[in-house]
Design a protein around this ligand. Structure first.
Ligand SMILES: *Cc1c(COP(=O)(O)O)cnc(C)c1O
Length: 295
């Protein structure tokens, strides 16, 4: 299984270099989020974590860090301005990360345009870590989550959509769960104060300061102001600030686990083995019995 994964990571590296011009290294962890760009899917939370890792590297705080290649891919609806700003931010952060030779041994990042099924056929088998990090209560099911699971990726995710059934099948010890659940999201909205959350998190405060400083848009002043404002907005529906610390800690657990490759491999195989519930045969049989044939 490890040999197969490595060969698929090599193939994915070639694809990423050809499509994005970024060199991925198959000896690093491949951390992937590909799906339509939408605020509820929280590509932004993923980018904030990349900035956090980038800051740690610049500060020399690399103890226990696992070298990662982060891939974000997806299309935005033509009129969805915020989604396009998130794509722009992903590209700008990737540019800063990839152009610093002190950073690239630990961190690389690419944004893949034109994400489609042909791309997914290469991406899915070459992924170590699947990002399924939507705000709880927002994702109807998700199918990318299942494709990655079948192909031996480990999942970092919220209690949302089919992540819930995946967790049931594979068990808590084989899934990196984080964040508020749907009921807690509803509760937290009553008196949401993201400014306070930022003030209490050294990591999130550092990330936001770096964003505000214009580090990622030196020649394009102000272009990320709307994104920054959305994170500290008490009416932020997506609760990005609320889940940041718990996401960061779950990502540290991912890194710790990856350092022990025997354990990682075992969890990977268990994920593949536990994914039968999501096979097309089972899904279609379920539709036949529960929907079409139901009296
Ligand atoms: C699987 C897939 C999706 C759906 O991904 P989600 O993570 O479930 O949103 C969208 N587009 C393509 C090309 C896919 O292969």
């Amino acid at each position: 299984m490890a040999e197969i994964k490595l060969a698929n990571k090599q193939a994915l590296s070639e694809f990423v270099e050809q499509e994005c011009g970024v060199k991925f290294d198959p000896s690093m962890m491949f951390d992937v989020q590909v799906k339509r760009i939408h605020e509820y899917k929280r590509q932004l939370l993923n980018i904030l974590h990349v900035i956090h890792l980038y800051r740690r590297i610049l500060n020399g705080d690399t103890e226990g860090m696992v070298p990662r290649c982060v891939l974000i891919g997806g299309k935005a609806a033509p009129g969805y301005a915020m989604a396009k700003q998130i794509i722009k931010l992903a590209n700008n952060v990737a540019h800063m990360v990839n152009s610093d030779p002190l950073v690239t041994p630990y961190l690389r990042m690419a944004f893949l345009p034109n994400y489609n099924v042909s791309a997914m056929e290469k991406i899915c088998p070459g992924t170590d870590l699947s990002e399924q990090i939507s705000t709880a209560g927002k994702e109807a099911s998700g199918t990318g989550n299942m494709k990655f699971m079948m192909n031996g990726a480990l999942t970092i995710g919220t209690l949302d959509g089919a992540n819930i059934e995946m967790l049931e099948e594979v068990g808590h010890e084989n899934f990196f769960l984080f964040g508020l659940d749907a009921a807690q999201v509803a509760q937290a909205k009553v008196n949401y104060q993201p400014q306070q959350i930022v003030a209490q998190s050294e990591a999130l405060n550092g990330v936001l300061s770096m964003l505000k400083s214009g580090h990622f848009n030196l020649v394009e002043p102000g272009i990320f102001d709307h994104i920054i404002a959305s994170i500290i907005d008490p009416y932020d529906q997506w609760m990005t600030a609320a889940d940041f610390e718990s996401y960061r800690i779950a990502q540290e657990k991912v890194a710790q686990t990856y350092l022990d490759q025997d354990t990682w491999q075992q969890i990977s195989i268990r994920n593949s083995a536990a994914s039968g519930r999501f096979s097309s045969d089972n899904t279609i049989a379920g539709y036949r019995d529960d929907i079409w044939m139901k009296k």
